[in-house]
Ligand binder design. Structure first.
Ligand SMILES: [Zn+2]
Length: 260
């Protein structure tokens, strides 16, 4: 059960990472109620690390202020202060502390541009974020004292679907341009190749001529021109007969290529 849940969370977090630009270490804003739950569970920040990605627990000035105010109420509250002291402090710039829920809503903002996750036991805060901001992974501690991650909100899922659609369109667009380049390469390759092939080669318009002629082209002209000059001097008669005829063909082909 626990492993299955962990796998589900890994996949869920991967979707957030892919779509909303979240990056490990995931910054998790923790509200004061959650901090108290975690302290009473003897929850260690390292527990977070058992999930897919490394995470960075954070607490805002206003939230830790709430904890300081509550610390005399009981041991869990006092423990929560100690626990939260080990987390990174998020400077929310509320000189006069405001309620933690409001503070966290402001810190996350309308678009969650700083890519936070939210771990909150405040139902009102979770509802507010779930319905108004896309792309915020939300977790809380349930009645069984288990940290659970919410499934994606409708708002977040819609944004994910849009993102995947856009990505597909971009990919298909890019593929067609790449294919366009390739086919144009083949065409120019064939055109360039034709002159070097023999006249019969022109009838074969398959893929093969594109390869063979290039080899001939590279080898051809220089050795032949060298032989030609030697043969003109009359060293070898049998070569003489074969050589010039080939040379003529090549010359003819070169002319074709220049004219075309
Ligand atoms: Zn604040």
């Amino acid at each position: 059960m626990r492993q299955k849940r962990a796998k589900t969370y890994r996949k869920l977090l991967a979707s957030y990472i892919r779509t909303f630009g979240l990056r490990p270490p995931l910054q998790i804003l923790i509200d004061s109620e959650m901090a108290i739950s975690m302290a009473s569970m003897k929850f260690q920040p390292e527990e977070f690390n058992k999930s897919a990605a490394y995470v960075k627990p954070m607490i805002t000035q206003c939230c830790i202020n709430e904890l300081y105010k509550a610390q005399k109420e009981g041991q869990p509250q006092a423990n929560a202060v100690e626990l939260a002291k080990g987390w990174e402090r998020r400077f929310c710039n509320h000189k006069d502390p405001i309620p933690g829920d409001r503070c966290l809503r402001q810190v996350i903002g309308e678009t969650n541009k700083h890519r936070y996750c939210l771990a909150a036991n405040s139902v009102a805060l979770r509802n507010a974020i779930r319905h108004t901001v896309a792309g915020v992974p939300i977790a809380h501690v349930n009645d069984h004292k288990v940290m659970v991650m919410e499934p994606m909100s409708d708002l977040t899922r819609k944004r994910c679907e849009e993102f995947e659609r856009e990505k597909l369109q971009n990919v298909s667009g890019r593929q067609s341009t790449v294919l366009g380049k390739r086919s144009s390469d083949i065409i120019t390759g064939e055109e360039g190749a034709l002159p070097a092939t023999t006249v019969e080669g022109e009838t074969d318009q398959g893929a093969e001529p594109a390869f063979k002629p290039r080899k001939k082209k590279a080898k051809g002209p220089n050795p032949l021109s060298m032989k030609k000059s030697k043969k003109d001097k009359g060293k070898n008669q049998s070569d003489n007969q074969a050589g010039p005829s080939k040379a003529k063909k090549r010359k003819a082909n070169v002319q074709v290529s220049q004219s075309s």
